[in-house]
Design a protein around this ligand. Structure first.
Ligand SMILES: Nc1ncnc2c1ncn2[C@@H]1O[C@H](COP(=O)(O)OP(=O)(O)O)[C@@H](O)[C@H]1O
Ligand SMILES: CSC[C@H]1O[C@H](OP(=O)(O)O)[C@H](O)[C@@H]1O
Length: 408
């Protein structure tokens, strides 16, 4: 048995050399720790001679972003590798291949995706990805359908719920998304120029009611195996390929949480256009592209999900007329509510996003932050009334118009 230790770059090379059938025994390997996320070490191992490379991702026993004062279970590495393998059984082309998982070191060996870019970075460079909505809509439809009571044996599903019990990582979400932003918590990270807007949110009891309802849904609805943290930093992309990484927050929860997380991060980039494009026409055009992508993601998800339901449903009662429409409208409403929560937490919660924080000009950054808060809070308040994805799009567009007086 190997005893857990956080690997050094040299130890990562030694570990990689021992892996069967990957590198030659005399390969000259190099290792670079490239982890830029909040939690883990990521080693990029390369053999210049053969051109072969791979990734070793290792969980630390604490949250890297805070330090050793925030201990965190190593079991999240198991959850991540098992979730990646389950997702691969539904859509192998949309996740990195897992070569091995080493429990004692909390370490996953996976395919190197360095020929892709992290989507958040791509969006910050105003790149466009015409195939993305089709890929991610399919990923969400397949993973959420086939892990739910609609798409798998209901007794096996209960056992699978047990396999993905993830209380510590869920608590991070419960605190950072559904609690801290709505009160004066030491976990918040509020810029001075936003204090009035944040104070208004802390006093808004109508908003708190909607957040409490969404929080309850997150806490109690074991509907599907979620990715659990599906933001644009968890997606690797290039023109013809999309790969979803980093499902360490995977657990059985409400489908709309994954869809909402994704849409929220597209909308955060929409708000961030305040700071990234100086050219008005260019900004308007990129915003148009983002909103079209939001609509297409939902449309593909819904179409694919309905097709899976029509062809592969395992539950006879689910064939009851009108049930499918009721179900998808509920998923839509929750998607919109969770999207709003995901936007608000990234503006002044513990963990922000580079799209917004990377805006150097303070007044442009503030405009982007206020726009994101306006969109996020409106989505939360509206979510239980929604009947179409067009309502989410109208909220984003109207918030930009009312802040600037012109169509953006
Ligand atoms: N399979 C991979 N191929 C190449 N780079 C990767 C891979 N997985 C992760 N990375 C790099 O490591 C970074 C952090 O990975 P991530 O899984 O998001 O870690 P964390 O769980 O700490 O957020 C990514 O932003 C990316 O740059
Ligand atoms: C203390 S963890 C904060 C935050 O980090 C995770 O994101 P990432 O994928 O960037 O590591 C997750 O969103 C958590 O809420």
């Amino acid at each position: 048995m190997t005893t857990y230790r956080a690997l050094t770059e040299a130890e990562a090379i030694a570990y990689a050399k021992e892996l069967p059938n990957i590198f030659a025994a005399d390969a000259q390997l190099t290792s670079r720790e490239i982890g830029d996320g909040n939690l883990n070490l990521v080693f990029h191992i390369t053999d210049e001679q053969s051109g072969r490379s791979l990734i070793l991702k290792q969980a630390l026993p604490y949250a890297k972003v805070v330090g050793e004062s925030w201990p965190l279970t190593l079991d999240r590495a198991r959850i991540e590798s098992e979730a990646l393998q389950l997702q691969a059984s539904f859509c192998p082309e949309l996740v990195p291949h897992v070569f091995a998982y080493e429990k004692d070191l909390a370490l996953t060996v996976m395919e190197d995706l360095s020929d892709h870019v992290i989507m958040r970075k791509g969006l910050m460079e105003n790149n466009r990805y015409p195939l993305f909505a089709g890929h991610i809509g399919t990923f969400m439809a397949r993973t959420l359908f086939y892990t739910s009571d609609l798409g798998m044996n209901q007794q096996k599903k209960k056992l699978q719920v047990g396999q993905f019990i993830n209380p510590e990582l869920c608590k991070i979400t419960e605190d950072l998304i559904f609690d801290d932003p709505y009160r004066d918590s030491p976990n918040n990270n509020v810029e001075a120029h936003l204090k009035d807007a944040v104070a208004a949110i802390w006093k808004d009891h109508d908003l708190h009611l909607e957040v409490a309802i969404l929080r309850n849904t997150f806490l109690t609805r074991a509907e599907s195996l979620l990715h659990g943290d599906l933001h644009t930093g968890s997606i690797f992309i290039k023109a013809d390929s999309t790969k979803v990484i980093d499902p360490e927050f995977a657990y059985y929860g409400p489908m709309g949480f994954d869809i909402g997380a994704l849409l929220a991060n597209l909308l955060l980039n929409y708000a961030a256009q305040e700071g990234w494009s100086t050219d008005e026409a260019e900004r308007a055009d990129y915003r148009k592209y983002l909103l079209e992508t939001v609509k297409e993601v939902w449309t593909v998800f819904e179409r694919e999900f309905r097709t899976l339901w029509d062809n592969d449903v395992t539950d006879p009662m689910s064939e009851t007329p009108a049930y499918q429409d009721w179900y998808l409208n509920r998923v839509l409403q929750e998607t919109i509510g969770f999207a709003g929560c995901k936007m608000v937490r990234r503006i002044y919660g513990l963990s922000h996003v580079a799209d917004i924080d990377g805006i150097e000009d303070a007044s442009a950054r503030e405009k982007a932050q206020r726009l994101a808060l306006a969109i996020g809070t409106s989505l939360i308040k509206h979510h239980r009334k929604a009947a179409s994805i067009d309502e989410l799009i109208a909220i984003a567009r109207d918030a930009a118009v009312s802040r600037e007086g012109v169509v953006k």
